[in-house]
Design a binder for this molecule. Structure first.
Ligand code: FAD
Length: 260
């Protein structure tokens, strides 16, 4: 299992590493369906030289044609980077949810991408390393958060016990056998209430909680954790997309009624 470095400066801190800002032109080497509606695009090309991604929440900007043909950027997690891949060059995997119902430029691009297609990718601009010094971790993700969840599982493997709660159709078999053993995933069915499930979890002042997925679904989870008095250093919750909102800005407060 490829692992990621932990922060070393202080317990429970998140060390930040800046990367040289770069926009790369890459080529689609392979495309295949992975679990639960995600499509894995393996990108390559000489431009990938020097690519670095050290943090579980790192993201790149994928630039794809919007409705008017002009390029629009959408965020994706580097699912896997191999400095020397099967193509004998560096390879970057992006795992993209092809969403049905409401379409979007990135999802449409991934659905139609073919070997040899070119695409521009920016970043990651920096990496926030995983923190050390917690007793356990609770990781919560819908399908868009699965690539980052897997990076968290790898960062914490052998360091602390992890429990994953997968919602919104996220499939446990996205993870390989070792990752499933490490993450003990609990997969929610549509009738399950995410907040009710979170309420039953083993969370205290020594727990690190990370969540990513549809923004509105995570608002009650964040409120609950705040009400429980879970310190800010213990939580990292992110809206990765918002129903009905094209190009949702993940820098906006998750809960507009209670920004912090
Ligand atoms: C830091 C970060 C990392 C991310 N990593 C990944 C990743 O690794 N893989 C991944 O698939 N996504 C990831 N996302 C989420 C992805 O950026 C969004 O889903 C994005 O909106 C998709 O762009 P689009 O052009 O397809 O749709 P948009 O143009 O943004 O939206 C068009 C419509 O589609 C809807 N929509 C958007 N995403 C979804 C969805 N997943 N399911 C259903 N409806 C949707 C919107 O609500 C809107 O109505 C990440 C987001 C962030 C912020």
């Amino acid at each position: 299992m490829h692992t990621f470095p932990l922060s070393t400066s202080a317990p429970r801190s998140r060390d930040a590493v800046r990367h040289e800002p770069r926009r790369r032109t890459l080529v689609v080497l392979r495309r295949r369906e992975v679990a639960g509606g995600l499509v894995r695009l393996t990108l390559g090309g000489d431009d990938l030289a020097g690519f670095t991604s050290l943090g579980p929440e790192d993201h790149v900007k994928l630039f794809v044609p919007g409705a008017d043909g002009a390029l629009v950027g959408r965020d994706y997690t580097p699912s896997e980077f191999r400095p020397l891949g099967a193509s004998s060059g560096p390879e970057l995997d992006l795992d993209v949810v092809v969403h049905v119902g409401a379409s979007g430029p990135a999802s449409d691009w991934a659905a139609a991408a073919r070997e040899g297609d070119r695409v521009e990718v920016g970043g990651p601009r920096g990496s926030k390393l995983a923190p050390a010094g917690f007793r356990n971790a609770l990781l919560i993700a819908d399908p868009t958060g699965l690539p980052a969840l897997r990076r968290w599982v790898r960062a914490f493997a052998g360091v602390l016990p992890v429990h994953a709660v997968l919602f919104g159709g996220a499939a446990a078999h996205y993870l390989d056998e070792a990752e499933v053993l490490a993450a003990t995933p609990q997969v929610l069915e549509p009738h399950h209430d995410l907040l009710e499930v979170v309420r039953t979890q083993d969370v205290d002042d020594d727990t690190f909680v990370w969540a990513a997925g549809e923004a509105s679904a995570l608002v009650p989870v964040r409120r609950h954790l705040k009400e429980q008095g879970l310190p800010k250093t213990n939580r990292s919750l992110h809206g990765y997309w918002k129903r009905g909102d094209a190009g949702f800005d993940h820098h906006a407060p998750l809960d507009p009624a209670d920004p912090d």
